[in-house]
Design a protein around this ligand. Structure first.
Ligand code: HEC
Length: 129
């Protein structure tokens, strides 16, 4: 299913950097992840380096970044206190139910129901740096 979507999506999404991926388990879901990001996350988050002024922190380079640490963004105390390094795995957990994973977070998002979509968008974020 993902394979059949790859080409049209790559053509449609201007920001979809369809790059060679490092993690084998992510390679088949990156294009789908770009679509999930566009529909679920891009209203609040940018992935283009340097973009500011959105409701949520810029997610360029978020994988490997400490939670609540992007300079210049006003995070909740809960996010600053979380003290984790974001990885594809814990981003997947966070977006399942943000208020459960980081109680008190400012992220006003109910969660993403589909496990495939969660994994795809986490893999997409891994490639944004
Ligand atoms: C309605 C706006 C909104 C939507 C939609 C949204 N977010 Fe967020 N997000 C935020 C805000 C605001 C924060 C800061 C939370 C805090 O400070 O507690 C945040 C924080 C985050 C963080 C932590 C970043 C850091 O620097 O520590 C991640 C990761 C994240 N969001 C991923 C996502 C993903 C992936 C999606 C889509 C599935 C998404 N968000 C959808 C508003 C949103």
């Amino acid at each position: 299913m993902f394979t059949s979507l790859r080409l049209p999506l790559a053509a449609l999404l201007s920001f979809a950097l369809v790059q060679a991926v490092s993690a084998a388990e992510c390679s088949s879901v990156t294009a789908h992840g770009a679509e999930v990001f566009a529909t679920e996350c891009s209203v609040c988050h940018a992935v283009t380096k340097g973009t500011t002024g959105m409701m949520g922190p810029n997610l360029n380079g978020v994988v490997g970044r400490k939670s609540g640490s992007l300079a210049g963004f006003s995070y909740s105390q809960a996010m600053r206190d979380k003290d984790i390094s974001w990885q594809a795995e814990n981003i997947t957990q966070f977006i399942t139910q943000p208020q459960a994973y980081v109680p008190g977070t400012y992220m006003p998002y109910m969660g993403l129901a589909s496990a495939d979509d969660r994994e795809a968008v986490a893999c997409f974020l891994k490639e944004q740096h």
